[in-house]
Ligand binder design. Structure first.
Ligand code: CUA
Length: 334
């Protein structure tokens, strides 16, 4: 069989190692099926051609074993493809424990990468990329080698999509919601990163690199950037200045006020007024800030005002991270 490099760019994401094989499997199943079907068609066209029809046997109306075979065999093949694809999809969707978190934000028309553990932000515009090249710095999304990464995406305007062919990774980033994907980069180098959902006139300009560097080089870059930058928006500060504390306590064992206490909220099942329950994940926390009446916790009145339009995307992300970390030693890292 052909080596995969014949068809694909190199593959440097160990969590996506099965994807190429699955693709080849589907390709060859398709090629063989097509060969069989076209072969039988050609044979029938020849055998039963007009003017040569001397067959006086009665027509066959059906053939039970044949019908059984062409039902059961494709079903088995489909189940194999489904199982195989699901295993790979889950591997790329569920981050490993103690993954390093990187938050990617799509915006017309550039990318922003935030490293909450390091308090560093990297922007990838054509100008910043060029500047970093001049400074001999890695470009675009910079990740350390052999490190599990949890990539959390969001968008401040329209639908964009992070596409890194060498990582076999494509994940939409969507307004008003977080999407999660996971990878482990296995080889140092510079790989293409595109936006692959049409997002306006400069969609084609949303192009940068994913650069895989050694762990030492990564820490050095983070340290250098930290010195240069003013630091990320502080979620606790936004929480205080936005008046959240007027209704929500954050201390351990804090009493419920007008709104629910927030300590230990993240990862809990919350019972809602309508009798249903919801997992308090990042999307729930975000929604509760922007659309507080969508899911009201049992026993509370629907009185919280929406913060839609009042918090910038940065402030919103910072508050979500802050609430997520309340009562968790690990800051809520999944
Ligand atoms: Cu962003 Cu296309």
């Amino acid at each position: 069989m052909f080596k995969n490099e014949f068809w694909f760019p190199e593959s440097v994401n160990s969590m996506a190692s099965g994807i190429d094989d699955l693709f080849m499997f589907i390709l060859w199943v398709s090629v063989i099926s097509m060969g069989l079907i076209l072969g039988v068609m050609a044979w029938f066209a020849y055998k039963y051609r007009a003017g040569n029809y001397t067959n006086t046997e009665p027509f066959t109306t059906h053939h039970f074993k044949l019908e059984l075979a062409w039902t059961v065999i494709p079903t088995i093949i489909l189940m194999i493809i489904w199982y195989w694809g699901t295993v790979d999809y889950v591997a790329m969707s569920v981050p490993k424990k103690d993954s390093m978190e990187i938050r990617v934000t799509g915006q017309k028309w550039f990318w922003t990468f935030d490293y909450p553990d390091h308090g560093v932000r990297l922007r990838a515009t054509p100008e910043t990329d060029e500047q970093r090249r001049l400074d001999n710095q890695p470009v675009g999304l910079v990740v350390p080698i052999d490190t599990p990464v949890k990539l959390v995406g969001s968008s401040v305007d329209v639908l964009h999509s992070v596409y890194i062919p060498a990582f076999r990774l494509k994940k939409d980033v969507v307004p008003e919601r977080y999407t999660v994907t996971a990878f482990i980069a296995t080889e140092e180098g510079e790989y293409d990163l595109f936006c692959t959902e049409y997002c306006g006139t400069k969609h084609s300009g949303m192009i940068t690199k994913a650069t895989v560097v050694s762990k030492e080089a990564f820490e050095k870059l983070m340290e250098a950037e930290k010195q240069k930058q003013s630091g990320p928006v502080d979620g606790a500060t936004v929480f205080a200045s936005s008046g959240c504390a007027g209704c929500h306590t954050v201390a351990p064992g804090g009493a419920s006020g007008v709104g629910p206490a927030l300590h230990g909220l993240y990862g809990r099942q919350e019972n809602l007024n309508d009798g249903s329950s919801v997992l308090a994940d990042e999307n729930y926390i975000r929604e509760s800030i922007m659309k507080p009446l969508a899911k009201v916790v049992q026993g509370y009145s629907p009185v919280m005002p929406s913060y839609s339009g009042q918090l910038s995307e940065d402030e919103l992300n910072a508050v979500v991270l802050y609430i997520r970390g309340l009562g968790r030693d690990d800051g809520g890292a999944l």
